[in-house]
Write a protein that binds this ligand. Sequence first.
Ligand code: AMP
Length: 173
Amino acid sequence: MKPLQLNSCIRDIPDFPKKGILFKDITTLLNNKQAFARSIDLLAKEFQGKRIDHVISIESRGFIFGAALAYKLGAGFVPVRKKGKLPGKTKQVSYQLEYGTDTLEIHDDAIPRGSRVIIVDDLLATGGTVRAVTKLLRSFQAKVVGIAFLIELTFLKGRSKLKGYPIHALIQY
Ligand code: AMP
């Protein structure tokens, strides 16, 4: 069987959620059993043998890839959620959106000091979201071994906000 081209499984939806945005719809990739499995296998390949303790993912599409990857790597899964969703005591970070700000939270006891972690999200656009997560992680004194995305929109230069971290993206546009 030919290697599956993952990018052919991603659907472009113009003007979603608002005019001018070309939305990369991953539901068509998730729907394809070979493509979903291959995307998790390829993401895992980067980190196998690197003693990853926790996979940290961002609500909500990040959870889909992060949870499967944590299982594959034999790591724990740590959710980062929008404000007010986590039941325990949290640490918070606020970050700038195009209009206004947003706040992300993580349980304050989720990551023991010295843990080796990776951050996973579906898509790197401007990098603002994941940069906020890196700030959230600082006080835990964890080692961020890498940051992985299914998709990177290279023209938005999100990597420039994540200097010093090894970045992996399976598909680049
Ligand atoms: P950013 O903080 O700009 O890197 O935005 C990243 C988040 O926004 C990711 O979690 C994506 O789910 C979502 N996102 C941004 N742009 C797009 C796009 N063109 N298509 C799909 N999702 C997007």
